[in-house]
Design a protein around this ligand. Structure first.
Ligand code: FEO
Length: 392
């Protein structure tokens, strides 16, 4: 795709990846993604903000083919999806200065073997004068690595936010046109990338709150011409109350755990609690991550395999622990054949979750009447706790 004009002397560049379905060999991409770079031509200096993956560098170099001189290359974030083509840009423009945070400099030297003399480090709040335009750098750590910063173009009121506020969508739209679609994608992105750092993100939100922003230009997905749309969504995800909702990731091998799941889901629904259940054998793990943003309670369903939880459930529990959702309660249900340490193993895997554990329900073989009674008591207990907490 060719470079596209955003405003006079400000251009979108980068790569729209329609086909990629797995990011970082980990994160599902149902709608592909984009890697956005931005060119700003000041009256005196020209700057490129971020690059693309190494193997996408040809597209970016083509977009830069009629740019004879580049004064600054800004790297807001050292991860290779934005920094991977820095070496190619440095090769094309040997005089360019690579502008980074102090931490990003160290990381880029390690990750891409960039030599020290290429760098111009900027501190929090520092300004880069481009002539008739002014670029201000704001340190915003942990969106999504510790070195990340954003850049604010004062005259045009554009916030270049890199991963912050991003969404994985491949589109020809420069700007958000369908807010509902982007809300879902941005929430998925927040859940998978940002949620573990929500306390720091709140500080970053407060920090950028004092800026007059007309456009947010992330490095994944379309730009936001109505910044309050994504800022308000982030406020809700980061610090809003959890909902009257249970997330139930599970696996069943021979049907016993599934019978327990079906019973519990039905009982919770009868009590007015919304349930999102995810069969970990087939689910899109990003959907589970989205649900974890809002859930008041997590219930894990697993059979016992070789004395412990099913491996897919171990993966799900590891993920939930890493993502640090806001859930307040957790329980475990499942079936076993002759014994095991399923509850102890799972309980030991979630130290990051600040949850009260509600009495698990494990049954031997098929669930009996007594087991269904225990599941009913579990549902009642969850409903009572949600009511006490005022979950809506
Ligand atoms: Fe889009 Fe953390 O890289």
């Amino acid at each position: 795709m060719k470079a596209r004009k955003i405003k006079d002397n400000i251009y979108w560049m980068g790569f729209v990846d329609w086909d990629n379905r797995l990011f970082d060999s980990l994160i599902p991409l149902p709608d592909g993604t984009s890697y956005n770079a931005f060119l700003i031509k000041g009256s005196e200096k020209t700057v490129l903000i971020d690059t693309v993956e190494t193997h996408q560098s040809g597209e970016l170099l083509n977009q830069l083919s009629d740019i004879p001189k580049l004064d600054y290359l800004v790297s807001l974030h050292a991860e290779q999806d934005h920094s991977g083509s820095i070496p190619q840009i440095l090769a094309k423009y040997p005089e360019v200065k690579l502008v980074t945070s102090l931490k990003a400099k160290e990381m880029l030297m390690d990750l891409l073997s960039i030599s020290e003399e290429s760098f111009l480090t900027v501190s929090d709040g520092e300004i880069l004068h481009l002539g008739d335009k002014t670029l201000e750098f704001i340190y915003t750590p942990w969106v999504h690595w510790p070195e990340t910063m954003v850049a604010y173009l004062r005259e045009d009121k554009i916030l270049f936010s890199c991963d912050f506020f991003g969404s994985h969508i491949a589109t020809t739209d420069l700007y958000v046109t369908d807010e509902a679609r982007v809300y879902e994608a941005a929430k998925r992105y927040y859940a998978e990338i940002m949620m573990p750092f929500k306390k720091v993100i709140k500080k970053n939100m407060d920090k950028i709150g004092s800026y007059d922003i007309s456009i947010i230009a992330p490095s994944h997905g379309p730009m936001y011409p109505r910044p309050s749309f994504i800022i308000d969504a982030y406020k809700d995800w980061v610090e809003g109350p959890v909902k009257n909702m249970v997330v139930l990731p599970y696996i069943s091998m021979h049907g016993s755990t599934k019978k327990m799941v079906d019973f519990l889901v039905s009982s919770l629904a009868e009590k007015g609690i919304r349930v999102e259940q995810f069969n970990l054998a087939v689910t899109d793990i990003g959907k589970l991550a989205i649900a974890l943003v809002d859930a008041g309670t997590i219930v894990i369903g697993t059979p016992t395999v070789l004395m412990g939880p099913h491996p897919n459930v171990i993966y799900g529990a590891y993920l939930a622990n890493a993502l640090r959702p806001k859930a307040k309660f957790l329980s475990i249900i499942g079936s076993y054949g002759w014994g095991g340490k399923t509850v102890e193993i799972l309980a030991g895997m979630i130290p990051n979750l600040d949850v009260e554990v509600i009495e698990p329900v494990l049954c031997k073989g098929l669930p009996s009447e007594a087991d269904y009674k225990a599941l009913e008591i579990l549902a009642e207990s969850i409903a009572k706790k949600h009511k006490e907490q005022g979950f809506k």
